[in-house]
Design a protein around this ligand. Sequence first.
Ligand code: SAM
Length: 245
Amino acid sequence: TSYGFKRVGADDKQSLVNDVFHKVANRYDLMNDLMSAGLHRLWKDAMVAWLNPPKRQGWRVLDVAGGTGDIAFRIVEASHGHAHATILDINGSMLAVGRDRAEKKGMSGNTDFVEANAEELPFPDATFDAYTIAFGIRNVPRIDVALGEAFRVLKPGGRLLCLEFSEVEMPLLDKAYEAWSFNAIPKIGKMVTGDGEPYSYLVESIAKFPNQKNFAAMISRAGFDRVSFRNYSGGIAALHSGWKL
Ligand code: SAM
């Protein structure tokens, strides 16, 4: 079927992903609301609540695959305007939307935007107090390399938080979710962007991503301690946490 997994190499995968986000950048925020029925807002709020950024100057977060800035803006708000967020994404179109939004929110002073690859972060070791990535890691071809980079750029005592689609752990809900993602999501994608195929690819990437326990093990292997996770909406999304001690 057209949903059969394509066997693609890391570079091909990255260029497929890049095509999707260049195409949807301008409608990305709308797409998120439609495709998750607004749920992504609750999950992102929960992520930032668990991070609980300090309300003081000098605290720095790197938001990788930060796209249009959703996570970074929430963190700056939660820190009462003290935190500094670096939004890193491989896709200049997504970052351009993010920059506009930052300006409109009066957050330009708290944010900067960096076009780069999660697998090769352009920062020295031990730069950041926290590393966040939301719905990004599954798009990265070499997840272990990205996790290694996360560990490297964090300061000792720094924290990794990773929000991603995961394995649904409720019978019935898993069937409904499958139907939604394999039928509705590519259709919504096609309606809004004129092309359903790239979104089929993203749905497949969700199905392929390691489940909660296996992903936690990968985070530990990258060097992180006290690795734990929380499920949201029955496991449709999961939030993983780890510390560089
Ligand atoms: N974090 C944002 C959010 O939650 O709304 C955006 C998530 S969006 C689903 C995924 C993002 O990952 C896209 O902006 C895409 O360009 C970015 N991305 C894909 N591969 C990447 C890579 N290798 N390095 C950095 N960013 C990447």
